[in-house]
Ligand binder design. Sequence first.
Ligand SMILES: Cc1ncc(COP(=O)(O)O)c(C=O)c1O
Length: 388
Amino acid sequence: MEMYRRTFAEINLDHLAHNIRVLQKAFPQKFLCPMVKANAYGHGDVQLGRFLEGLGIAHLGVCLIEEGILLRKNGVKAEILVFRGFDREGAEKIIEYQMTPVVSSWDHIEHLEAVATTAVGIHLKFDTGMNRLGFRPEEAQKVFDRLWQNKKIRLKALLTHLFNGDDAENPTGDSARQLQALDRVSQIFKPFNIFCHSLNSAGILSFLKMQKSAVPANHPLALQDWGLRPGLMIYGYNPLADQSFCDLKPVMSLKSHVGVYRHVKSGETVSYGGTWKAKQNSVIAVVPIGYADGYHRILSNQAQVLFAGQRVPVVGTICMDYLMLDVTSVVQGQDLNKFKDQEVTFFGFDNAGNFLSAEELAEKARSITWEMLTSVGERVPRVYSGGR
Ligand SMILES: Cc1ncc(COP(=O)(O)O)c(C=O)c1O
C-alpha cells in the first residue's frame, strides 16, 4: 500500500475475532448479524466482511444498497441485510445482488411487488418507539394480510430497533416496552414461522450481564430468542456504564508519526488563533493528522495522545492536516534524535500495549464512540494485523 504520510488506522483482526467469539460462545444458537454499515464503523467493510465470513458469520448488516453491492462485488457470500429504505430502482439492485431488504413502509412492498419475478425474502421492521423507520404495531394485521400468500414476497423475520438499549435490564424500561410490543406483533405473524431480531450492543450486553446470574423467565429480554445485531461491541467497545462483566478488545488504533519538532519560547503561541501559549520554553511535536482525517477540531487544547508510552496534550488549534503536541515533559533534557519519527497513538493501543480509549476521546469531543470510529477519514489507510 502506498503510504508517504505515516498516518494510519491499525485494524487488529485478532481482537475482532475475540469479540465475535464472545458472542458466539454466549449465544451459540441465536441469529447473529454484525453491522458492517458505514465502512464497518470505519474499519473497512470489504476486509471485515470477508474476515467475518471466515469466522462463520452468515449475516451482515449494511445501511446502503451501495454498501451491499460493494461487499458482493468483492466476493462476500453471506446474507446481506439492507437496512435503509429503497425505491423501485433500489429494489431492482437488491434483487440483482441477492440481498435481503429490510422493509419498513408500504412503498417498499410496492416496489418489490413491481420488480420481483420470484419471491424475495424480506425482514419486516416495526417502529416500537424509535420513531424513525418501520410500520406501526397497529398496522401489523394489515401488513400480515398484504404479505400472507404473497407470491412476490416471502417474510423471514421481524425486527425493531431499541432507542435506549442501555436500559434493557430494567423490566419496565423503554427497551422492555419495545420488546413487548414486538412480541405482540410477532403473535400476529406466527403463521409465517418467523423469528425476531432486536438487540443492538447495549441490549446484547445487558442480556449478557443478566445471564451471569439468571435472566428471570418473565423478563422482556427472555420473552423470545431475540436475534442480535451488534455494532459497536464487535469493534471492541461496551456502551454500558458497567464494563466489568465482559472483556472486549478494541479493534482500531489510530496512529501517526511525528513529522518535525519545534522549540518555542515561553510566551509564544502555537497554531491558528494563538489559542495555546507556552508557559515555559517548550518542545512541540508536529504530527501529520488533522480534522480532515477525522480527528475532531473540538479536541483542540482538550485531548491527550500517547507519545513514547506517555500521555501528552494536544496544544493549539487542530488544523486540517496537522496537530501539535506539547512533548516537553517527555523529551526534556534528551537528544531529540531519540524521538525521530516517534509514533503517536490517538486512540487504541500503542506498540508497547498502552491503551487510550476512543470512548474517552468521544467524551472530550462531546461526541460518542460510534462517531469517533466512523469519522476516521477516507484518506487514512487501514492497515490490517492478525487474523491468521
Ligand atoms: C438497525 C440497527 N441495528 C443495530 C445497530 C447496531 O447498534 P450498536 O452499534 O449500538 O450495536 C444499528 C446501529 O446504529 C442499527 O441502526
